[in-house]
Design a protein around this ligand. Sequence first.
Ligand code: MG
Length: 362
Amino acid sequence: MLNIALIGCTGNIGMQTAQIVRTYPSRFRFSALVCGKNGGGLALLKEEFSPRVALRADELPADLSEIFSDCDVALIAASGFAGLRYTLAAVKAGKRVALANKESLVCGGELVNAAVKKYGAEIVPVDSEHSALFRALGCKKETPFERLVLTASGGPFLRKSREELERVTVKEALAHPTWNMGAKITVDSATMLNKGYEVIEAHHLYNAPYERIEAVVHPESIVHSAVIFQDGSMLAQLGYPDMRVPIQFALTYPESLPCEKPLDFSSLGALHFERLPEEKFPCYSLALRAGREGGTSPAIVNGAAEVAVRAFLEGSISFPRIAETIERTVCRVSAKRAETYDDIAEADAQARRVAGEIVHAF
Ligand code: MG
């Protein structure tokens, strides 16, 4: 029986994890369930799964290690920067951390990696691209490689012109062509900020220099990512776009569990690959530049992005203003070294304040 502490239990990844636990009741149980604000959703899950701990984020003890004390795997599926403190606490408890919160590595990659070493913890990616890379590397992060190739569906706006992007609606941004995800990450996929984040995530997970990571558009979302080795050969992982596969694998690897719908070649049709049009999606390059700069730069980008995406979802700014808000925030907030959690949290708070002013002034 595998005990799971699930942070972000009422979100999209949380609900899909609950489905997995329902499917395999003899394999998994929840030792802890934590949600953001959805107390009603939490109460339903608490009744169904009877975890030892069931709390909203505002009810948590100051010492988060209490949540992770009796779990085998901590699944961090909180959304945004808020995920970092959970990831750090789970790592300090020396657990296997199934990481569905990419902001933990984007904003705090160096800090998280140092803590993983110090406390003997392990990070296993839930993000589908990084799960694919992990499998292509034979589930060994130290496997030598030449390049990592992240695939990108391209999101709903791949074929839109810059002029058309001025007028896209929230509803259109939330209509992702292949993946079913939460609102924030779906908008991040539409701006391609998400793909920039995934490059940073791959850099920290696989100790990969930025020049050895590339992103390529693959609209069918069947090839989830690929590794190119020194001899020029490439290994990729393929599957239907279904987050339950990487979630499950992060829980049970190296074992995998049976699935209802194995990949069937006869149903696939043609698979396409094309260049990622960076010039149309400035958020991608903004994220990458911040990743290369390191320190608190990515946290500044992320803080600004969280404010800008919320404003877009509320209908107060247009789609291209998301990138503009991030760019202007980066110009106004100076990056520092990210040696402690407080360094990063301070950069996050400052970026949010500045981005809030920028959004308000549009
Ligand atoms: Mg992904």
